[in-house]
Design a protein around this ligand. Structure first.
Ligand code: FAD
Length: 454
């Protein structure tokens, strides 16, 4: 069968390509997992297009892998079985903004920055902010989160409703517009985080928030990781509604200074942000400062000015690139775990010790208000010994998190990189997941080889 011709008879000529550059663009994500070309890339324009392609693919048992912008970090979009890569760049319309309901309806190819630009005109914002300008379809499919999730929640908390095309082409909705519901099984929860393995999202209804009257951001430095993590936990225990609390370790602050031209003290640091009104914020911040000082804080600086505040968060978001710029030709290998708060200090210290013990250069940073942290190590891929060491670092960190009741991925997803930990984390529940997968995708065409272990 000539796949390109068959698909062109279903869509239009310009919506289907097997051009080498396009195939290469859809063969990888931002991870270090090895690339693999799809056979063809399609660009649906609407739900009907998606439905027709999935019906055809299911009949002929051709793999289909949905593609956002490929910013994922665990190889989830890499089409290891070939087939069709389905790119949503032509489905990038904001369908409806409903300010009174604090809801928006969007097509899956809308990116979070595109959405926020539009929402700003209505005094609203969308809260989830992974470092990359990812698509909302990709973010829902990985249950993404980010710096503000400690206050507003993760992707799963924002999704009210999804329009999903199932493997055979049938179109369903998984939720509704109501803020609460006890009706039926929680299909939103099932599809969010399914990484393109259960269905393809063609529309999302998402929760949005009013832009806070005042935003204040600051930095606090500490003599040790333990002091920094304890200060963060103290702020949360006190019920202070912190909007962001990020840990950046001392080695990474050096890198931030070098890359962003800042002169931050090179010690374990918390980047903090508070949202609210002027009177309430004053009290919150005074209380937070008191708790921070009790943890031997070395320096506490507030950035009131919006430019300085933007610089602070830019420095945090650009951290990975700060390492990459300084190591041309090398790769970063990232892992992401989440643990209960009571194990956080120990887990972060353990991660730092493992990296130092390996002799590799690397960072420990985290959305620590959620018990979630990442490590990145820099490796020369030409040196198998370095790659092997990085894999051992990742395995050590993940196993340590699992032993403490944590998870092998707080937000980046399973993709191919975390499949090997799925049995250990979920045990017999993996069989239930397999049954769900079989019920929804009996021919196994949707993103095969991802999430579930062999
Ligand atoms: C510098 C950097 C920082 C990052 N920081 C964070 C962070 O803080 N938090 C975080 O959560 N992630 C982070 N990430 C990872 C990444 O941005 C997220 O995983 C993001 O959600 C991926 O979105 P995407 O549009 O790039 O999706 P892709 O990578 O293209 O796809 C991801 C998955 O979603 C599926 N998918 C895509 N579109 C659809 C659809 N319409 N229907 C069904 N499935 C679909 C794909 O098949 C794949 O399984 C970071 C990445 C980078 C490069």
């Amino acid at each position: 069968m000539n796949l390109v011709q068959e698909l062109r008879s279903i869509l239009s000529d310009e919506q289907v390509t097997s051009n080498q550059t396009a195939l290469e663009q859809h063969s990888k994500d931002e991870s270090s997992h090895s690339p693999h070309l799809p056979d063809v890339v399609v660009f649906p324009k609407d739900t009907q297009d998606v439905s027709k392609v999935l019906k055809f693919a299911d009949e002929h048992q051709i793999p289909v892998v949905p593609f956002g912008v490929g910013s994922g970090l665990e190889g989830a979009v890499i089409p290891y079985s070939g087939g069709i890569s389905m790119d949503f760049q032509l489905m990038n319309q904001i369908v409806e903004i409903r300010p009174y309901d604090f809801l928006v309806r969007v097509q899956p190819g809308v990116t979070r920055q595109q959405l926020n630009k539009e929402l700003k005109k209505h005094g609203l914002f969308f809260s989830v902010d992974p470092g990359a300008d990812a698509t909302l379809g990709g973010m829902a499919a990985t249950n993404a989160s980010g710096t503000t999730s400690v206050r507003y929640g993760v992707m799963r908390d924002q999704v009210r409703d999804l329009e999903v095309v199932l493997a055979g082409g049938k179109v369903i909705r998984t939720g509704g517009m109501s803020a609460k519901s006890s009706s039926g099984y929680h299909l939103n929860g099932l599809f969010v985080g399914s990484e393109g393995t259960l269905g393809v999202f063609t529309e999302l209804t998402l929760r949005v928030y009013g832009i806070p009257e005042v935003t204040m951001a600051g930095r606090a430095t500490f003599p040790s990781i333990k002091h920094a993590v304890d200060a963060a936990v103290d702020i949360l225990s006190a019920g202070i509604p912190v909007a962001r609390v990020e840990l950046v370790d001392a080695r990474s602050i050096q890198q931030v200074n070098k890359h962003s031209g800042t002169d931050y003290q090179e010690l374990p640091t918390l980047f903090l942000e508070f949202h609210g009104n002027e009177a309430g914020l004053k009290q919150d911040i005074e209380f937070a400062e008191q708790l921070i000082q009790e943890q031997a804080c070395q320096e506490f600086a507030f950035e009131m000015d919006s430019l300085r505040r933007a610089q602070l968060w830019e420095a945090r978001h650009n951290l990975a690139y700060a390492y990459i710029h300084d190591n041309p030709g090398k790769k970063m290998i990232i892992t992401d775990v989440s643990v209960p708060l009571s194990s956080l200090t120990e887990a972060v210290e353990h991660a730092r010790a493992i990296i130092d013990g390996s002799g590799l250069d690397g960072a420990v940073v985290g959305h620590i208000g959620d018990g979630n942290f990442h490590t990145l190590v820099i490796v020369d891929e030409q040196l198998p010994d370095e790659v092997e060491k990085a894999e051992q670092v990742n395995a050590g960190i993940v196993n340590h998190a699992l032993e403490r009741g944590g998870t092998c991925t707080g937000e980046h997803g399973v993709g191919v990189g975390k499949r090997k930990y799925q049995y250990r984390e979920h045990g017999e529940a993996i069989e239930v997941m397999r049954q769900l997968k079989f019920a929804l995708d009996p021919n196994g065409i949707l993103n095969p080889g991802k999430v579930l272990p062999e």
